[in-house]
Design a protein around this ligand. Structure first.
Ligand code: PPE
Length: 330
């Protein structure tokens, strides 16, 4: 059996306390387990020459708060508390680089669809997470297909909420793709426009311009998507956010997927047709290089995207007693 990705996790922040990995639990009758009532983020912390730093922490925590607002879930912690706890959990586990998973969920109260009688709880976990779409993805590109599943339209579900329940749709897209031998599936929106992957946003390069579907195409407005758009503008590459027909997938010159977990992953084929020359193209390569250089602190942080993980003093006061303050805060 493969080693658990969580083998190095010592603590998980849960409701203000650093809880040892084995003790981080929820009750079986928690509302989230029955009705998908949870909201989450995925954030990367990179190893930089000045120590670990979290990439676009503030944007991720803002999106978490927005996701919760849509579902009337009042988080019992402030924006500042959530940022601080995200920094603390990296340090508590002594990670150089890792993936951070804040999760707000409705816990043990009552069952029944009405969520309003179940308490809002918060957990923030962190663990090392390597390449999301395979070890060779960045170098060679991945093979994708168009999914037979659609992203839900705006009358059905708010795509800008990163909600636990929404990922059942993502799982259908992902399983269909993987079981047919593809790394990922691209979903269309309910009108047939290009939308996104099961866990990534989509970009195409066509005649020197970078295209990506707009927020009206049932996409999650990705932080990495916003990052890539800014980097393309910095590099003088024209960018257009507009509704895109499926056909463009087969005639574009380059294609890539973006996400916190996937970072910038080139696509080399779609539905078994090569994208461009069947290998990562020049604009994709430039954007990958620029993204990696900024995220890992190899280039100056000109946009203020990195929040260093403090290694000395720890200003945050846990709401409850830490499970093992000596072990955590040394
Ligand atoms: N769309 C979806 C559906 C999505 O899940 C993600 C992130 C994105 C777009 C890109 O968003 P951003 O990370 O802000 O650039 N998917 C997260 C979860 C992946 C998982 O398997 O879990 C992620 O990349 O962290």
């Amino acid at each position: 059996m493969a080693t658990s990705p969580f083998a190095q996790v010592r603590f998980i922040w849960q409701n203000g306390r650093f809880v040892p990995f084995d003790q981080a639990q929820v009750h079986l009758l928690s509302h989230v387990l029955h009705y998908g009532s949870g909201w989450f983020e995925g954030i990367r912390c990179y190893r930089t020459p000045d120590g670990p730093a979290i990439f676009r922490l503030h944007e991720h925590i803002e999106r978490l708060i927005s996701s919760c607002k849509i579902f009337r879930a009042e988080i019992p912690y402030s924006y500042h508390d959530l940022c601080q706890a995200s920094l603390d959990i990296v340090r508590a586990n002594a990670f150089d680089s890792c993936y951070i998973r804040p999760l707000v969920y409705r816990g043990l109260g009552t069952l029944g669809v009405n969520p309003l009688n179940s308490p809002i709880e918060v957990a923030i976990a962190a663990w090392p997470w390597g390449k999301y779409l395979g070890a060779e993805a960045e170098e060679q590109g991945v093979d994708v297909c168009v999914s037979s599943w659609r992203r839900p339209g705006p009358r059905v579900y708010p795509a800008n909420a990163k909600a636990v329940g929404g990922y059942l749709n993502s799982q259908l897209i992902k399983m269909e793709a993987v079981m047919s031998g593809y790394a990922e599936g691209i979903a269309l929106d309910e009108l047939g426009n290009l939308s996104e992957g099961s866990g990534e946003n989509l970009f195409l390069v066509y005649e020197g311009t970078l295209f990506t579907p707009p927020i009206s195409a049932s996409i999650l407005p990705g932080v990495t998507r916003a990052t890539v758009i800014t980097l393309a503008e910095d590099l003088g590459i024209p960018v257009r956010k507009e509704l895109l027909p499926r056909g463009l997938l087969y005639t574009c010159d380059e294609m890539f997927l973006t996400g916190t977990a996937a970072e910038v992953t080139p696509v080399r084929s779609v539905d078994r047709l090569p994208v461009g020359a069947g290998e990562p193209g020049p604009i994709t390569r430039r954007l990958i290089a620029e993204f990696q250089a900024l995220a890992t602190g190899q280039k100056p942080d000109r946009h203020g995207w990195l929040t260093p993980v403090p290694t000395a003093s720890l200003p945050f006061e846990p709401v409850g007693p830490p499970a093992d303050p000596q072990a955590v805060l040394q």
